[in-house]
Design a protein around this ligand. Structure first.
Ligand SMILES: [Zn+2]
Length: 115
């Protein structure tokens, strides 16, 4: 059972990184974006902790699928905001690993992905 959960989490994370990102909503400044990313990361940590507790306690009733989809949603929101942040810093975000690179970089410094 635990292996299945770990596999599900891995798949969800991989899928999220590959998702194309779109930012909607009103114009928000750099500081607000950074603050929002911090808030979302805190929520993300909480979701990971929920899965950790469920796995540790072998809680068969825990709705891991639902937590995983919440994680995917949070990661997508963070990714969207990170892209917006890059525009302020004249950078771009790798669609595979999520690392930031200079706008004119040909390859990702994190994973070597060709932009
Ligand atoms: Zn990369």
């Amino acid at each position: 059972m635990n292996k299945d959960i770990i596999e599900k989490v891995k798949n969800t994370v991989a899928l999220t990184y590959r998702k194309a990102a779109k930012l909607s909503g009103e114009a928000i400044d750099y500081t607000k974006i950074k603050l929002k990313i911090s808030e979302l990361n805190a929520k993300l940590d909480d979701k990971y902790a929920q899965i950790g507790i469920a796995v540790y306690e072998s809680d068969e009733t825990a709705d891991i699928d639902s937590i995983c989809s919440e994680i995917a949603d949070l990661k997508e929101q963070i990714n969207d905001l990170n892209i917006k942040l890059c525009e302020f810093k004249n950078q771009k975000t790798c669609s595979l690993c999520g690392k930031n690179a200079e706008k004119d970089a040909e390859y990702c410094p994190g994973c070597g992905n060709k932009f």
